[in-house]
Design a protein around this ligand. Structure first.
Ligand code: ADP
Length: 398
């Protein structure tokens, strides 16, 4: 039994989960938020306890020190030597990585070179890696890329129809996101297949950031997110795909700069932008129940964009054997799931089991389609951290 830590470093946070491997037992998990502030929030969950303290945390290295000290103080580990490997989530791996890799100078410089494609995320991952290296200098670390699973796409699925020099010179193309989640779900989904050979899946990872992936034989064939997380389906605060000239017209009509419009498209659009209510789907759902017309429109729009992608991927895969719903909205909102499924019901001959749909929430897994449905539809809670821990164990300790 060996302890392995899965880590997700953001620009002002460090999330962690400590596993006993290869059993995949979760020993503890937690988060340090508001890094860079005197009132950072450190929460750790272990056994049945949840401790939260407000402490000054000047940078990521201090955050990591606090996490590791807490593990010892709370007798979760005996010494730092107990931690045998660390795996980091990395958002953008570009075309360099089609699988997880050990952190070394080469990995570091490639992740660094991709900062222009994911400025906040990749910078934070490097800071996080350095912070762990400082505190655990002899422990092997690996990078697990959100884009790696999508590297199996064909050129016609990842190339944008822009002047080709941009594709060549600046690597402007579709990379996708949530790849670790889509990979996990494509593996978990296999148990629902009647014939393992017919394994065409459409996987809907619907969190506040959301993407849909088409998979076959466990590999990504197409995915909805593009160069950045702005592309694809409509999200809580992001537009998803639309006519690119909207960008130009808003600029021309309002005189706003491209940075401001880009921020609006990322942070003030989607469910929030259309409803004008909230960036949380639960608030929009409640407003729609109370008859708010813009909340109703926002949900209809959201559902139709999802149906568009499911239809597109049904054609791309030449059929579909399983549709999976997952992540915050996909795992918890029967209403949002129903809205999306209603839009594909007639064309794809799918039948929702309304009772099962209502009862499959909050971490529950199961089938939500009727036996008469031409395609089986399931809800599977995602688990990106266990994938990180598995890769860290396989690469460093096996
Ligand atoms: P991300 O990892 O992209 O932040 P999550 O997968 O955690 O996203 O999903 C967060 C979103 O899921 C929330 O903004 C909310 O819209 C939705 N959500 C979370 N919990 C629930 C719930 N219990 N019921 C309905 N929707 C939920």
């Amino acid at each position: 039994m060996k302890k392995v830590m899965a880590v997700n470093c953001g620009s002002s946070s460090v999330k962690f989960k400590l596993y006993e491997m290869p059993e995949e037992t979760v020993i503890c998990s937690g988060i340090v938020e508001r890094i860079g502030h005197d009132d950072a929030i450190f929460t750790i969950k272990y056994e049945d306890k949840k401790d939260t303290v407000i402490i000054p945390v000047k940078d990521h290295a201090v955050a990591v020190e606090n996490v590791l000290n807490a593990l010892i103080e709370k007798s979760i580990i005996k010494s730092l030597d107990d931690i045998k490997a660390v795996g980091h989530r990395v958002v953008q791996g570009g075309a360099y990585f089609d699988k997880s890799e050990p952190w070394n100078d080469d990995t570091y410089s490639k992740v660094e070179s991709l900062i222009p494609l994911a400025p906040l995320h990749n910078k934070a991952h490097l800071v996080g890696y350095n912070a762990f290296k400082k505190v655990l200098p002899n422990v092997p670390q690996i990078a697990v890329f959100d884009t790696a699973f999508h590297q199996s796409m064909d050129a016609e699925d990842y190339t944008f129809p822009i002047p080709y020099e941009y594709t060549e010179k600046y690597q402007i193309r579709r990379y996708g996101a949530h790849g670790t989640s889509h990979k996990y779900l494509s593996q978990e989904g296999r148990k629902y297949l009647e014939n393992p050979e017919n394994d065409r899946m459409i996987i809907c990872h619907l969190g506040s950031g959301a993407s849909i992936t088409a998979t076959r034989h466990g590999k990504c064939v197409a995915t909805s997110m593009g160069l950045t997380p702005l592309g694809g389906i409509m999200m809580n605060t992001r537009t998803g795909d639309m006519d690119p000239s909207v960008f130009y017209q808003i600029q021309a009509m309002t005189g706003k700069g491209y940075e401001e419009i880009f921020q609006e498209m990322n942070k003030k659009s989607g469910l929030l932008g259309v409803s004008g209510i909230s960036n949380d789907s639960r608030d929009v759902e409640n407003a729609a129940k109370n008859g708010d017309p813009r909340a109703i429109l926002a949900i209809k729009l959201w559902a139709r964009r999802i149906a568009d992608y499911i239809g597109q991927y049904y054609v791309r895969l030449g059929g579909c054997d399983l549709i999976i719903f997952s992540a915050g909205i996909g795992e918890n909102s029967s209403e949002f799931r129903e809205a999306a499924i209603k839009n594909i019901e007639e064309a794809l001959n799918v039948r929702l089991d309304e009772e099962a749909n209502k009862n499959t929430n909050r971490g529950k897994e199961g089938i939500i389609s009727l036996p008469s449905s031409k395609i089986k539809i399931v809800v599977i809670p995602t688990d990106e951290e266990v994938m990180i821990a598995r890769d860290a164990y396989d690469i460093c300790l096996k």
